[in-house]
Design a binder for this molecule. Structure first.
Ligand SMILES: Cc1cc2nc3c(=O)[nH]c(=O)nc-3n(C[C@H](O)[C@H](O)[C@H](O)COP(=O)(O)OP(=O)(O)OC[C@H]3O[C@@H](n4cnc5c(N)ncnc54)[C@H](O)[C@@H]3O)c2cc1C
Length: 416
């Protein structure tokens, strides 16, 4: 069923009884050309582009829970292309262009809102760094504006400009950045893949990967064995556990990241704002809730819930940046499991096992990457060659030293 304004009106007039399921619930077949482990944003977009761009439709996405139960439905929805390093820069630029056509492409309202993302700076050195980042963004063909302290004050007067601990020196505005509704992105890709013949198998956990003489043969699941010529591991926070089924030790540590939402308020925050010193960021959802988050909980964990010291840290950073936030009531908080690499950049590559691919290491920035990750992973699986915008996301870069330390924090998973 194609969605349209007219459909919404006619369905509304007749009691909304004519909507069909958005995708089928097929039984798993004994064999597929390709199997994708993980029905998050990246697994679903990979399936979609394998079918759409490469005509491969005998595919299954195996999801141990339900579609949208992982990080794709837990993130704080920020979409941007403000990366600095070669490799990341062209990849996220490609992703943002895909975002800009995504709703028409999927015939699905993912509520993509390019409301602008503002990163604040709090010292001369930080302003220089933002200027350099802005130039890299412009060179890549994306947008960037360096704002003075006065301009920031004009646009977002509710920040605390009097505080002396982290005085606001200015900021870098990226107008094409913004937000999108996270779970709608999963549903849109799921529906699009299903329409092209991809089987989405929910409640189907992969428990083993079958390999014979260095060649992948299929997977073991809680719903029986499935043979496949190609297997893609796209399990985000569970990547290291899934890779261990193939005898691999990935350079990935899993850490928890928390998010918070307040009660609905009248419109106050127009943009996405990132506090350059406190690792705090905030936007306002269309329902009015202030959506914000901060750093990861610094210990490794597979639990999709966080701990109180980080809650306190995030609240303190929020109060430092905009004391008015203290009047709002926090309604909900939750956590997701982040697949952190040592250099903070992702992996889209083949493995040493023929037919086995890996897409992982999205750290806490993988939501904005969903379209390009699927696009590039599908390219790799279909052609055997890395897509040009993802060719630096190699698994062996941690052995060869070609790391992409975007944050400049050094080789430590929990600091990126
Ligand atoms: C609080 C929070 C805030 C964030 N904010 C942002 C943001 O603002 N912007 C941004 O760009 N990114 C953000 N992120 C990061 C982003 O959400 C993730 O990087 C991205 O969603 C990960 O990819 P995914 O969608 O495929 O993951 P997931 O949705 O987690 O998909 C992986 C799937 O694999 C499944 N799986 C695991 N093991 C198995 C198995 N053995 N068998 C079958 N299935 C399995 C899981 O159930 C899961 O559904 C945030 C994350 C969190 C938690």
């Amino acid at each position: 069923m194609r969605y349209s304004g007219l459909k919404v009106i006619t369905q509304g007039l007749f009691g909304n009884k004519g909507w069909g399921a958005a995708w089928r619930s097929p039984e798993p077949k004994a064999e597929y050309d390709a199997v994708i482990i993980g029905g998050g944003g990246h697994g679903l977009s990979t399936a979609y582009y394998l079918a759409k761009n490469h005509g491969l439709t005998n595919i299954a996405v195996l999801e141990k829970g339900y579609i949208g139960s992982g990080n794709i439905g837990r993130n704080t929805t920020i979409v941007r292309a403000n990366y600095y390093m070669p490799g990341n820069s062209e990849f996220y630029s490609h992703s943002l262009k895909l975002w800009e056509g995504l709703e028409a492409e999927l015939n699905y309202n993912v509520m993509h809102s390019q409301r602008g993302q503002l990163v604040l700076c709090h010292s001369d050195g930080q302003r220089d760094t933002l200027a350099r980042r802005g130039n890299a963004m412009l060179n890549q063909g994306d947008d960037a504006e360096l704002w003075s302290r006065e301009r920031v004050r004009e646009e977002v007067p509710y920040l605390d400009f009097e505080q002396t601990r982290f005085p606001i020196y200015g900021g870098l505005m990226h107008w094409r950045g913004g937000t999108a509704r996270h779970d709608a992105v999963a549903w849109g890709y799921a529906r699009g893949a299903d329409q092209r013949g991809v089987d989405l198998i929910q409640n189907c956990e992969v428990t083993g990967i079958d390999i014979e003489n260095g060649v992948v043969k299929g997977v073991q699941t809680t719903r029986g064995p499935i043979r496949a010529k190609k297997v893609a591991m796209i399990a985000a926070g569970r990547s290291s556990q899934v890779a261990a089924m193939a005898g691999m030790r990935l350079p990935v540590e899993s850490h928890v990241l928390q998010a918070f939402v307040t009660e609905g308020l009248k419109p106050i925050i127009d943009h996405v704002i990132s506090f350059g010193m406190g690792h705090f960021y905030i936007s306002q959802s269309d329902k009015g809730g202030l959506v914000f988050g901060g750093d990861i909980d610094f210990y490794a964990s597979y639990a999709a819930r966080g701990n109180l010291p980080m809650v306190e840290h995030v609240m303190e950073a929020g109060m430092t940046l905009m004391p008015m936030i203290g009047r709002a009531k926090v309604l909900r908080s939750w956590g997701g499991i982040m697949d952190m690499t040592p250099d903070g950049s992702p992996i889209i590559d083949k493995t040493h096992v023929e037919g086995l691919f890996v897409d992982a290491g999205w750290n806490y920035g993988g939501f904005k990457a969903v379209p390009a990750s699927g696009w590039c992973m599908a390219h790799l699986m279909a052609t055997g060659e890395s897509h040009e915008v993802a060719r630096r996301f190699r698994l062996d870069r941690f052995r060869t030293g070609h790391v992409m330390d975007e944050e400049g924090t050094g080789s430590q998973h929990n600091l990126h």
